[in-house]
Design a protein around this ligand. Structure first.
Ligand SMILES: Nc1ncnc2c1ncn2[C@@H]1O[C@H](COP(=O)(O)OP(=O)(O)O)[C@@H](O)[C@H]1O
Ligand SMILES: O=c1ccn([C@@H]2O[C@H](COP(=O)(O)O)[C@@H](O)[C@H]2O)c(=O)[nH]1
Length: 259
């Protein structure tokens, strides 16, 4: 049996439910860059974090802790960071539910050099109107997929992605060429084909060429802008005032915006 509550954008005693946008795509497809462009075009970058209407979080914050033998493998490029089991999906779901309930969250940052979260280096995610959540497998877990109000897939040619990944991982993530290529052939490419690429079918918008596709980015920005304008109007002025919150007997909560 399910219980349905209709509220005017507010949960009692909690903040407003943000519009949650999932951004997926293969490694180095430009997910972070697309999110950055969206934030820039909405004037959300050079401003106080507590005042941002749009915030971006990364799936990297939900890599699970590795044991000592897994760390030893990771250091030799022999750990599969592209497999769904590399992530703590339960924590990811719990955190997104907190965000959807309008609560402030602390997220750890990820240290690619040491293959570990930095629990002492957290970022505070303040309640916002729009939340972008980017990562290679954000559409893989059904209970997380169901939380998104809008789903984007950044679709960049795989040769371009590999070329960018080589440069980025050597310059920014402390890898050498052999390591990057071995990891790519053994884990990254097969896992992309098995777990990430099939989730493209869930996307509402596919963005070919990533951040180079300014037309697609402008259309998405326009959609977000309309949402932001609408969410600050009074209920009687809104075109779509209701959020429907569905709780099932399995304790799952679904936040649905009518849009
Ligand atoms: N359109 C682009 N043109 C050139 N370089 C790009 C473009 N988009 C991303 N990059 C570069 O490619 C690398 C991967 O991009 P990034 O946005 O971090 O991808 P992802 O978040 O999907 O892993 C980064 O070094 C970034 O600067
Ligand atoms: O310790 C780690 C953790 C992850 N990776 C690789 O990162 C990418 C995902 O990040 P993108 O920014 O989307 O590329 C994934 O393909 C992992 O292989 C890593 O190398 N080391």
């Amino acid at each position: 049996m399910s219980e349905i509550m209709k509220m005017n954008g507010k949960l009692i005693g909690e903040g407003k439910t943000p519009f949650l946008i999932g951004v997926s795509g293969g490694t180095a497809s430009g997910k972070s860059t697309v999110c950055k462009r969206i934030m820039e075009k909405l004037g959300q970058v050079n401003m106080d974090h507590t005042k941002r209407q749009v915030v971006c979080i990364s799936q990297d914050s939900f890599y699970r802790e590795l044991n000592s033998s897994e760390i030893a493998k990771a250091e030799k490029g022999q750990f599969n960071f592209d497999h769904p089991t590399a992530f703590n999906d339960k924590l990811m779901q719990k955190t997104l539910l907190e965000i959807l309930a309008g609560r402030k969250c602390e997220l750890p940052t990820y240290d690619y050099h040491n293959h570990a979260l930095r629990p002492d280096d957290t970022v505070t995610i303040y309640p916002a109107d729009v939340v972008l959540f980017e990562g290679i497998l954000v559409f893989y877990f059904p209970e997380i997929l169901n939380l998104f109000h809008m789903k984007l897939f950044v679709d960049t040619d795989s040769d371009t992605r590999l070329a960018r990944r080589v440069t980025r991982d050597i310059n920014e993530r402390g890898r050498d060429l052999d390591q990057v290529l071995n990891q790519y052939i053994n884990f990254v490419k097969p896992a992309f084909e098995e777990f990430c690429s099939p989730t493209k079918k869930f996307a509402d918008v596919i963005i070919p060429r990533g951040a180079d596709n300014t037309v697609a980015i402008d259309l998405i920005v326009q959609h977000i802008r309309e949402f932001l304008n609408n969410c600050h109007k009074s209920d009687s002025e809104k075109k779509s005032p209701h959020i429907t919150i569905t709780r099932t007997n399995s304790n799952e909560t679904h936040f649905k915006r009518q849009h």
